[in-house]
Design a protein around this ligand. Sequence first.
Ligand code: FE2
Length: 188
Amino acid sequence: MLFPEGVAIDGKTGEVTPSTSRYSKKLSDLRGFFHDPKALESKIAQEGDATVYEVIDYRHEESDLAFGTTIMWPGKVGEEYYLTRGHFHVRRECGEAYYTQSGAGLLLLESREGETRTVDMKPGVCTFIPPDWAHRSINTGPEKLIFTWFCATDAGHEYGEIQKRGMRKLVIDQDGKSVLADNPNYAG
Ligand SMILES: [Fe+2]
């Protein structure tokens, strides 16, 4: 039986207390997701296998609702900002909400029909992610990007499609500004 409890979410560090699980992704885990593999390998060789993001969950399989935080480090691979893998939900009817608490970023979304949208991620903004839109978070700022997400516990993550074909758009640094560009490697 589950009991109610208060869960502390630190908007500056992203820590969730208590949490039920966590994982992190390093540069080497994101091979195939950045558009410039040479830039990725030379970054790992020169600077080491840095953490790109960490996800902390508060999740009980017996409940329909789960939440947690994602903490994204600032950085770039070549001119492309640090990103999350990006996914659709296995259960296509499941949307999600992302509430940004610190930092600055961009949520890149792509519908099944191939439409692209972006939403600025900044403190105080809660992004509505409609069902069946792929979503990828991108840290375009100089600080950590921290957001809290709320999702159906059994929504499921489908990473394979984005990994295989990429997203249609990239977010790159052009003279200090974040710009949406066509993905030259898009294989859809
Ligand atoms: Fe999601």
